[in-house]
Design a protein around this ligand. Structure first.
Ligand SMILES: C[S@@+](CC[C@H](N)C(=O)[O-])C[C@H]1O[C@@H](n2cnc3c(N)ncnc32)[C@H](O)[C@@H]1O
Length: 147
């Protein structure tokens, strides 16, 4: 993922992950002569993020018939840390709709585009399925592009 901003007015909230070794945190850690306190929210996420692929029985409810569907865990992290609640997320290549679904789950709106009408249908179904009483329905903004 490449992330650019031409100004310092960007939206990014730090991404934290659980510390690799919970065992090590049980002992006092001295860094540069001072006692180091772990952040309760975990360590800062690095350049390499590890998420399971959507293979196997574990993901049978999430997996749909799109060849490059991304896990919602990744899409939600990106939406959550690079936008604010209530924002609209632009999804120019919606595919199975993972980023649109993530936007709805994280209280954002979405504006999605997808060439293939079958994938638009698939994405719409996924979006409808994650909406519930707690998540106000927004206007359907997933378009099939005709070129
Ligand atoms: C890599 S997939 C996106 C996968 C998506 N992140 C997901 O989790 O399902 C890219 C999608 O972009 C669509 N696409 C390719 N060119 C496009 C275009 N010019 N406009 C809109 N959609 C396009 C393809 O049909 C494909 O479904």
């Amino acid at each position: 993922m490449l992330w650019f901003s031409t100004t310092d007015r960007y939206i990014y909230t730090p991404i934290r992950e659980p510390y690799k070794s919970q065992e090590r945190l049980k002992h006092k850690i001295i860094k540069n002569g001072k006692v180091w306190e772990p952040n309760p929210e975990g360590r800062m996420a690095g350049d390499i993020w590890s998420f399971p692929t959507l293979a196997g029985r574990r993901f049978r409810d999430e997996k749909v018939d799109h060849p490059t569907q991304k896990p919602l865990s990744i899409s939600r992290r990106i939406v959550k840390h690079f936008s604010n609640p209530g924002d609209t997320v632009l999804v120019p290549f919606a595919g199975s709709g993972s980023e649109c679904v993530a936007a709805v789950m994280e209280g954002r709106g979405y504006l999605g585009f997808e060439l293939n009408p079958d994938y638009v249908h698939m994405a719409r179904e996924r979006i409808v399925n994650v909406r519930d009483a707690d998540r106000p329905a927004q206007t359907d903004l997933l378009a099939t592009l005709q070129v």
